[in-house]
Design a binder for this molecule. Structure first.
Ligand code: AMP
Ligand code: MG
Length: 342
């Protein structure tokens, strides 16, 4: 009931804002920003144009509430009262089918399809392997003098429990069951982009939503100009490129995100399913794609794949990308330069 009320308010706000955007001259509409820190363990930002700051804040808070709902559903570390989320699923689905919201069923079907389409490069069923890396990273960041890598044997054993086909989804009953009791989910490669995509479809025209750098624009700004998104230089604090983006998503995966050091060597968070170690082919990959969920999948997949396999995926998803090699040189997909600003 509460959700339906929220949706109604949001729709109302969208209609009003949409109307204003058409009527008001562009320069009369200031843009506003709404930033929050508590979702998906990262910084989120909503940017948009509205006739008044109050109108902007009202809609931005409704979008934030929707993002928060996805955050709770996809959380593998914490449970919330009255909600069966992915932590509930990870804790119980190895023993019995767990009833979850339709929203979560849709998402898990998407995760299984992702594993198929990327030929296992992006596999949400790798939770057991990723948990070992997560534990090692968390401990090592807090205790740098005792920093360690996961044991190879433990990684190998965990890797035996990562078959996405063992995630058994009963759409009729709305349940999830793990055919392998040691399987665990980790949706870090997909969750933010998926949530941003769902929420952006409810956002007014010409707004921008960013969750930890998963950026999605919902159309040109009211003055007809495009949004511009800077791509971070993987070896410094500057930018490598500025990308034009009107009704599209821009997402980056990089070896400078969520990393830690053992014996002077940096280990990051994107794990190659073949080696069970951080991928080493690229420093970063940025993807431009109409759909933010696909952009998130693709940036992680391309980070792990060789360039021809990555390009085949880009073609299948109608997306473009820039790869940064370990020596800092870059490689563009055929249509990427069309998105460069200036
Ligand atoms: P992203 O930043 O979107 O590239 O996703 C990286 C996150 O996805 C990591 O922090 C892990 O939680 C998870 N992850 C790492 N490697 C993989 C993989 N090969 N397949 C699925 N998820 C992964
Ligand atoms: Mg990703």
């Amino acid at each position: 009931m509460k959700k339906r009320y929220r949706t109604l308010c949001l729709l109302l706000a969208m209609v009003l804002l949409g109307g204003c955007a058409l009527r008001a001259p562009a320069e009369a509409q200031p843009f506003y920003e709404h930033t929050f820190l508590e979702l998906f363990d990262t910084v989120s930002k909503i940017v948009g144009y509205a006739e008044t700051e109050q109108a902007f804040r009202e809609t931005a808070r409704q979008l934030q509430a929707q993002l928060e709902q996805y955050h709770k559903l996809f959380d593998i570390y914490e449970e919330y009262p009255g909600l069966n989320n992915l932590k509930t699923v990870n804790d119980r689905a190895g023993r019995e089918p767990v009833t979850v919201d339709r929203e979560l069923i849709e998402f898990l079907l998407y995760c299984k399809e992702t594993a198929r389409r990327t030929d296992g490069a992006v596999n949400a069923a790798m939770g057991s392997v990723l948990a070992l890396w997560h534990e090692a990273r968390s401990f090592s960041l807090e205790n740098p003098d005792r920093a360690y890598l996961p044991e190879q044997l433990a990684l190998e054993e965990a890797a035996a429990h990562t078959d996405p086909e063992d995630i058994i989804i009963d759409e009729q009953a709305s349940t999830v069951f793990f055919a392998d009791p040691l399987l665990k989910l980790d949706v870090g490669a997909v969750a933010k982009g998926y949530a941003v995509e769902q929420v952006s479809r409810q956002a007014p025209e010409g707004w921008l939503i960013s969750v930890g750098g998963n950026i999605r624009a919902t159309g040109e700004k009211p003055d007809g100009s495009e949004w511009k998104v800077g791509l971070q230089d993987p070896s410094g604090s500057g930018m490598t490129h500025v990308v034009r983006c009107s009704r599209a998503a821009v997402v980056t995966s990089g070896d400078y995100q969520r990393c830690y050091t053992v014996d002077g060597i940096s280990y990051h968070h994107i794990i190659d399913p073949d080696t069970r170690m951080p991928g080493t082919k690229w420093r970063a990959v940025s993807v431009v794609c109409g759909d933010s969920a696909a952009a998130d999948v693709l940036s992680t997949a391309l980070f792990l794949l060789d360039q021809p396999s990555g390009q085949a995926l880009l073609d299948a998803f109608d997306a473009e990308a820039v790869w940064t090699l370990p020596d800092g040189t870059e490689c563009f997909s055929p249509g990427f330069s069309e998105f460069l600003a200036g």
